[in-house]
Write a protein that binds this ligand. Structure first.
Ligand SMILES: NC(=O)c1ccc[n+]([C@@H]2O[C@H](COP(=O)([O-])OP(=O)(O)OC[C@H]3O[C@@H](n4cnc5c(N)ncnc54)[C@H](OP(=O)(O)O)[C@@H]3O)[C@@H](O)[C@H]2O)c1
Length: 269
């Protein structure tokens, strides 16, 4: 029996998910999309061969609804959907910072809701999607969300109380690495390298380090020690990083991101 999944508000993240599901073997005939603008709907139909429908029709027809509008558009979307969503529909929210209670209060009693915080590497199938159950979501609902988001990368289940921390680490995480690459490229220019060469050197160092971190099974400290020979170049750089409080700055930065996520979740935007 086919299981229909609808992506409502198919923008960047919604399209990344949709394309990941199709690459992962979902049939376009089991997928529905909704969009605010007709030209966007036509573009999605053309690119993926999926049917585009109204939000109300998606709510009536699909077994699983994935809501990927911006957080500020979620209230309006739920107002539109609520009269059409039967209580057994699984509702998956991909919106940053909105708690499952926000959906549960606006949908039929006992509607299963799953909250997912993914990140932009979903666009290249390297996402980290952090998944939490709402009050009425079962293990099977979580497994279904994992199946969908597993198409664009890794998934991890956490209690919803840890979602703000996960948002600070992996939701915003790619931005910290882009920031580092930008700063290190500037350093390369200061050292006399052309920008494009400095960029290539840093990006490949980042990819190499990321693959080592993922695949070697070694602790990051051990990997760093392997590059840090006595009285060598690396230890001189590390001393400067410590002198400038980079470790403490990272801890403070992630704490600030976690606090902002908490404030947004409590409607204190
Ligand atoms: N981008 C990220 O880094 C990231 C990471 C993790 C999670 N998220 C979450 O993912 C969600 C989507 O982010 P995004 O970057 O993909 O945003 P986006 O590109 O703006 O996608 C949202 C889409 O929803 C459409 N839309 C809004 N209201 C609608 C409605 N009532 N009915 C149908 N379509 C509607 C928008 O249409 P228009 O094109 O007309 O505006 C837009 O195409 C957000 O909640 C965000 O918190 C984003």
């Amino acid at each position: 029996m086919s299981h229909k999944v609808a992506v409502l508000g198919t923008g960047k993240i919604g399209e990344a998910l949709l394309s990941g599901m199709i690459r992962g073997g979902w049939s376009p005939s089991d997928l529905l999309v909704t969009a605010r603008r007709p030209e966007r709907a036509a573009q999605l139909r053309e690119r993926y061969g999926v049917e585009s429908v109204s939000n109300a029709d998606a709510a009536k027809t699909a077994d699983t609804l994935i809501l990927t509008v911006k957080p500020q558009d979620m209230g309006a979307l739920l107002d539109e959907l609520a009269p059409h969503v039967p209580a057994e529909r699984l509702v998956i929210s991909g919106a940053a910072g909105i708690p499952t209670s926000f959906f549960e209060e606006r949908l039929a009693p006992e509607t299963p809701v799953v909250r997912v915080m993914t990140n932009t590497p979903a666009l290249v199938d390297e996402a980290m999607s952090v998944i939490s159950a709402g009050t009425h979501a079962t293990d099977a609902h979580l497994a279904h969300a994992e199946e969908i988001f597993g198409g664009v990368g890794k998934t991890l289940r956490v209690p919803e109380s840890q979602q703000d921390a996960a948002t600070a680490l992996s939701g915003s995480g790619p931005a910290y690495f882009y920031f580092l690459v930008e700063a290190m490229t500037d350093a390369g220019i200061l050292l006399g390298l052309p920008r494009d060469k400095a960029h290539d050197l840093i990006v490949q160092a980042a990819i190499g380090a990321a693959v080592m971190l993922r695949d070697s099974g070694e602790h990051p400290v051990k990997l760093r020690e392997n590059v840090t020979s006595p009285a060598g170049t690396t230890i001189n750089a590390i001393r400067e990083l410590e002198n400038h409080g980079v470790r403490a700055a990272l801890i403070a930065a992630l704490e600030a991101a976690r606090d902002r996520s908490r404030a947004l979740a409590s409607g204190n935007g």
